[in-house]
Write a protein that binds this ligand. Sequence first.
Ligand SMILES: Cc1ncc(COP(=O)(O)O)c(C=O)c1O
Length: 398
Amino acid sequence: MPGPGAFLVGEEERRHVAEVMETGYLSRYGKEDNPKFKHKVVTLEQRFAERSGVRHALAVNGGTGAIMASLVALGVGPGVEVLVPGYTFVASISAVLAVGGIPVLAEIDESMTMDPGDLDGKITGRTGVIMPVHMLGNPSAMDAIMAVARRHKLLVLEDSCQAMGASYKGKPIGTVGNIAAFSLNFQKTITSGDGGLVITDDTALYERAFAFHDQGHKPLRMGLEIGKRSILGINLRMNELSGAFALGQLEKLDRILSMLKDRKARFKNALLEARIPGMKFRTLNDPGECATLLVVIFDDAGAASRVAKELGSKTVAESGWHVYNHMEQILAVTDEKGKPRYRKGMLPRTDDILARSIALSVGVVDPGLGAGFGINVLSGDAEIDAAAERFIRAARSA
Ligand SMILES: Cc1ncc(COP(=O)(O)O)c(C=O)c1O
């Protein structure tokens, strides 16, 4: 099921896409004085950088590409270890492997994001980067994570793919660490079908990310071959049609966030008022969260399982590729001696929390996230109240 932005496609996207369609100029590069070149990708980058309050944004073909370009910019390559939570979309982990790095899986806490307390013990002489993931729109505990990074002189990549529009301590999400990656895939808060963005305030990191995203080129090349190719790159470019669509969506991001916030508040308040024994909400690391899901945590895994079943959903532990235990392609990875690097059950605290958790949809109905039940961004009050009532009934009888 698509995310909130896909429910609200309209005039803004049509206008930007039509401009590109009229001239048929689809490349992100062009000469500024060419009237056919509508520079949608560059404009998207400028607007997103402005909104985030950083010097640089780079548009790419997806969140996975955004993470890869960020990792390469940070110097991750063969043998470099990257700390990443065991509860995340598989792409956070596979992107590290794809650039030759070694993901080291860390526990989560009851915020469903990286547990800063698990990091010190997993840092080795080979560790280069910490990658917190702002899961389900909840900012990670960045102050504590940055303190660990400073202590060990590590760099921080914020996987913000699920948190477009959130903030942490009043700062736009993705601006506390060294660099951040966002996704515009169809399930995300705003979308261009597929697409991604990298942001950073560091010009050297931006230049390296840009070079990796396009065959080693220098940034903002307006169709001209300039300078030496600084590093080996691949092709992660965004084209003008995607850029145009994303621009239209970005213009309505604040509206989408406020629609989500209102519906989530009504849904959550109804559940809070019911005072369901043995159940709480996940902890939020900052009120600037922009969650498209509400996560409830039961004291008892059996109760969570019964409630999920009654609602036609699953516990988060039983859901798809967001749990390391289900990532068969990651579990198949071996070390230099041919031994599996990862195994089911290696993160007991994470397993325990996920077995007791259910994700309720607010903006994205996604059984892959364990969120097969809930509301969406267009739900009216009656629908929200009915969903809350159904949940409360199931939880009380579990
Ligand atoms: C946390 C996280 N990281 C990375 C990605 C990858 O993004 P994309 O699908 O745009 O490549 C996603 C997408 O679902 C995600 O949720």
